[in-house]
Write a protein that binds this ligand. Structure first.
Ligand code: DGY
Length: 425
């Protein structure tokens, strides 16, 4: 069987009837940015089903506009923390009380490029929901002019060492309700976050539930508050794509002006996550103002967002070149020279398919074609070597954490399709 056929099979096996899970066992529900990437992959062979993935995700939108990180359409005892632990969340379907990186507008724009009349009608159906979600980020999660996050899970990069600053400064709730983890029963526990990190993740969840998931209060009063280059650059890129979609749909001037204001706000905020000492974009603890000290696979998303100065881009490329010279498979999620780099532990080192997708796209768009090819080819090489894993050891190319993973299959399909379109072998 070809890898392309295997990728299609994975997506169809992970289909739970209108929505797609990331992988069986470890992640048995619909995850937000996973579903957006899934739509990108499915669009290469079934446009109708791709749009269905997006509308099923939007079905979980809260009245305040947030689209949550996980939608729980059932209660699977094999996953923790499931719906009962999140408490009285506010969506029409049980869900988490936090969101995830808003890649949706960017992927929707890609789906409509060169699309049919039907695609334009589908776009018109989802535009307002995505616009309301962006408004939520700008209203409920903005502090000092930059989008922030209240939980490492919201960034999608659960245990990246960037979060240690914020996590170290908080304490585990003394009345934290007892719990049993399930994640480390499904996969090698050494690939997963530590117990102390989990206690803190659950402390934030307990706090959110205690304030009835009032999202502005969660931002202003919660125990964890950081700015994240992933959320910042993904949202800025998505705002720019949303602006193009608004023009295509002929949306009212007030809507276009509002998106323009969000873009201007985002451009101004880029400087505030520039860590001058390191010469890279990094996370920043909003309580103390302190920058993280490591280069992550989100630092080069400045290219994807088309934001930052020539000097900032040059220094970012210097880091990429340095890392590329010493690592077999680009792009590790954490700097391999950092003391807390771990090649197999989730966001402490492994390369992540969806990050390679966004990074390669941004680099190519900005004319860094050699590095774009390296980032793209290295992901293809690890898939060819090991299969469709959640993430990969960047030193050996071995797969880590979940196997038969939806977004890995989706990125593979998208690239195969695009290469075909461009006539690349
Ligand atoms: C998990 O359960 O590990 C997820 O990453 C939370 O979103």
């Amino acid at each position: 069987m070809t890898l392309t056929q295997s990728a299609i099979d994975i997506l169809s096996r992970n289909d739970r009837g209108g929505f797609t899970i990331p992988t069986k066992g470890l992640y048995p529900y619909q995850w937000n940015w996973d579903s957006a990437f899934v739509a990108l992959g499915i669009a290469t062979y079934d446009m109708d089903r791709a749009w269905g993935e997006i509308t099923s995700l939007i079905e979980g939108q809260w009245p305040d506009g947030m689209i949550p990180s996980i939608i729980f359409r059932s209660d699977d005892p094999d996953y923790f923390p499931g719906p009962s632990r999140w408490g009285k969340t506010k969506g029409p379907i049980p869900s988490t009380g936090i969101s995830q990186p808003p890649v949706l507008a960017t992927i929707v724009r890609k789906l409509t490029e060169g699309g049919s009349v039907q695609d334009k009608a589908r776009l018109a159906d989802v535009f307002d929901a995505i616009y309301r979600w962006h408004a939520w980020w700008h209203d409920a999660r903005t502090v000092d002019g930059i989008v922030t996050t209240v939980h490492p899970w919201e960034t999608g990069r659960d245990n990246c060492p960037e979060w240690n600053l914020g996590l170290d400064a908080m304490t585990v709730a003394p009345d934290l309700a007892p719990y049993t983890r399930r994640d480390n029963k499904h996969v090698d526990a050494s690939f997963r976050p530590s117990q102390e990190q989990y206690d803190k993740y659950l402390t934030i969840v307990q706090f959110g539930d205690s304030i009835d998931w009032d999202q502005r209060r969660l931002t202003d009063e919660g125990p964890f508050l950081m700015a994240d280059p992933n959320l910042h650059f993904v949202l800025l890129r998505a705002d720019k794509d949303l602006r193009a979609l608004a023009a295509e749909l002929g949306k009212p001037q007030a809507v276009r002006d509002q998106i323009d204001a969000w873009i201007a706000k985002g451009e101004a905020a880029t400087d505030t996550i520039w860590n001058d000492e390191l010469g890279a974009f990094t996370a920043r603890d909003m309580h103390s103002g302190t920058f993280c000290n490591g280069f992550s696979n989100c630092s080069p998303l400045c290219f994807y967002a088309d934001s930052g100065s020539a000097e900032q881009w040059g220094k970012t490329m210097d880091h990429m070149t340095r890392i590329a010279a010493q690592i077999e498979y680009m792009l590790p999620s954490w700097d391999p020279e950092a003391p807390d780099f771990e090649a197999q532990r989730y966001w402490c080192g492994p390369l992540w398919p969806q990050m390679n997708y966004m990074t390669a796209l941004g680099l190519a768009e900005q004319g860094h074609t050699d590095m774009a090819a390296r980032v793209q080819n290295d992901l293809c090489r690890v898939i060819e070597k090991s299969g469709f894993w959640e993430c990969f050891n960047p030193l050996t190319g071995e797969g880590c954490v979940g196997n038969n993973f939806s977004w890995t299959a989706a990125v593979w399909l998208s690239w195969q399709h695009d290469k075909k379109l461009e006539g690349v072998a």
